[in-house]
Design a protein around this ligand. Structure first.
Ligand code: BG6
Length: 514
């Protein structure tokens, strides 16, 4: 079937198709034996292929330490597509056509040998598959491999300077991008010794989620919300990222990161800046990223004197999640004895700018909470006069706009409505929009969108150098004072520690029920 025919068969593809088809390219995945490649990257590439976004002659090369033939790699990745892809192949033949684009190079990240072999493969693809020197390097490795890979790409002359005609080299770099400001700064320095900023794509998969992208469309594509999006109408904002899973088998990484580095510095800061930013001058990547960076510049620093009233950290102890008994963090495999790493964080953020002065943004993120849900709630101010009796509760119920990022993606607005009957009693009701019922198609996975963006050179949904460094500066202010803060505990399956409720109660507020 031709690509056009495939696309015509697929309404989602044709809707996204406009101007988005990748020209010929090579993609090299460093860390091709890892979980990310299997679970996310190759299934995402398969879905792009199925939707007709990848031109036929592209070449996808896995690079990893393990010895493996091209055929073995293809078979493994065909299995990964069958197991993890959002959609199954239409036929064995379609899957075989996709995997025919894959090949493998065995090499050590630190030694030049593998890179020479890689160079041969790329040269071959340049001619046989007309990819030219267009190449996207995907660093899907543990962070300690980032620097050696970047250096070896340079010394073996695998990076095309940006000035070389239409050909391009780009790099996607996975999180964590550093573990503090100094290491992020250093990594940026190494990257910029080889790539210019427009060639660097720092991936944060939250930005690839449909619902996260919809934050800007919702705010700026409708005329009724933006006038309310400020300190005059908004009482406060809550961003909650709850996970029911624990640390799975990632103690080695997680214990040295903790929730503040793992979730807050990256995913949550991205969502936070999209909610708080000013409307950009245009929908260009630099205009949007300028506005996001400005929010981080206006975020009030976490002063040591107010830290205990603005930050809560905690760790889960044993409990029960979804009816299953689970162990506490300290008993998870691989966690060092007596570890004080936090698995839950709550923060009160304040933005000192014209739009948000005095409006707190409360953030919470944690593992082993009762369920997996990510939500942003914009809580509006109550009407100035209580003219009606409340049917429920004592206080006046505010209007709340809830942006459900996942699961059951959607948006709901709670309003006060009259209870039927003789009295003027008011009760909150909800107006709901659900992605699944409104569009009736499954959204592309975050990685599909982001990989295609990198191949087509659109960096809007990737973090820029200054954003990453600014967000680390705020996190550093907190982590430098970690030891001064008590490490609270919460039972697995509870909504975090009591101290997080106290943080809200001190402001006469409560966390949203999720
Ligand atoms: C990853 C974190 O970046 O995001 C994990 O390292 C976390 O700890 C995951 O579980 C959450 O992603 P999602 O898409 O499941 O919300």
């Amino acid at each position: 079937m031709t690509r056009r025919a495939q696309v015509a068969d697929n309404p989602l593809a044709s809707r996204f198709m406009h101007g988005r088809q990748a020209g010929p390219f090579s993609l090299v995945i460093f860390g091709a034996s890892g979980d990310l490649t299997k679970r996310k990257l190759v299934p995402a590439l398969f879905n792009l292929y199925k939707d007709g976004f990848l031109s036929a002659p592209s070449s996808i090369i896995g690079f990893a330490r393990r010895e493996k033939s091209d055929d073995a790699f293809r078979a493994e990745m065909a299995g990964a597509v069958r197991t993890y892809s959002r959609r199954q192949p239409d036929s064995d033949d379609q899957l075989a056509r996709f995997t025919a684009n894959l090949s493998y190079v065995q090499g050590e990240f630190e030694n030049e040998g593998g890179y020479r072999q890689l160079k041969d493969k790329l040269k071959h693809a340049a001619v046989a598959r007309q990819t030219g020197t267009n190449c996207l390097y995907y660093l899907a490795t543990p962070p300690d491999a980032f620097v050696p890979i970047i250096r070896n790409l340079n010394t073996t002359h695998l990076v095309t300077p940006i000035t070389d005609g239409d050909d391009w080299s780009r790099v996607i770099i996975e999180k964590p991008f550093g573990r503090d400001t100094a290491s992020a700064w250093q990594l940026n320095g190494v990257l910029h010794g080889v790539f210019t900023e427009p060639q660097v794509f720092r991936i944060d998969h939250y930005l690839g989620k449909e619902t996260v992208q919809n934050i800007l469309v919702f705010r700026l594509g409708n005329s009724i919300f933006e006038p309310l999006w400020n300190r005059r109408y908004v009482d406060h904002v809550q961003i909650s990222v709850a996970e029911s899973v624990g640390i799975e088998s990632r103690a080695g990484y997680f214990d040295s990161a903790g929730t503040i580095r793992d979730m807050v510095q990256s995913h949550i800061m991205q969502v936070f800046t999209l909610i708080a930013m000013e409307p950009p001058a245009s929908f260009e990547s630099s205009a949007i990223r300028d506005e996001k960076a400005k929010v981080l510049r206006s975020l009030r620093a976490f002063d040591p004197k107010e830290l205990s009233s603005r930050v809560v950290r905690a760790q889960y102890i044993k409990g029960s999640v979804g009816g299953e008994l689970v162990s506490g963090y300290l008993n998870e495999e691989g966690v060092p004895r007596g570890s004080t790493t936090e698995t839950y964080v709550a923060l009160k953020c304040l933005i000192d700018n014209w739009r948000w002065s005095g409006v707190p943004f409360y953030i919470r993120a944690g593992k082993r909470l009762p369920k997996r849900v990510t939500e942003v709630s914009i809580v509006f101010k109550a009407p100035p006069l209580a003219l009606f009796h409340q049917a429920e509760g004592n206080g006046r119920s505010p209007n709340i706009l809830r942006l459900r990022i996942q699961p059951a993606e959607g948006i709901s607005l709670s309003l006060g409505a009259k209870v039927p009957g003789q009295q003027s009693r008011i009760t909150p009701v909800r107006m709901d929009f659900m992605y699944s019922s409104a569009f009736g198609v499954t959204s592309p996975e975050a990685y599909e969108r982001l990989i295609l963006d990198a191949i087509t050179g659109d960096s809007t949904l990737f973090a820029r150098e200054d954003e990453v460094e600014l967000s680390w500066q705020h996190i550093d202010r907190i982590t430098q004072q970690w030891q001064a803060l008590p490490l609270n505990t919460y039972e697995a399956g509870e909504w975090g520690p009591k101290s997080a409720d106290d943080l809200m109660a001190a402001d006469n507020r409560t966390w949203m029920r999720l």
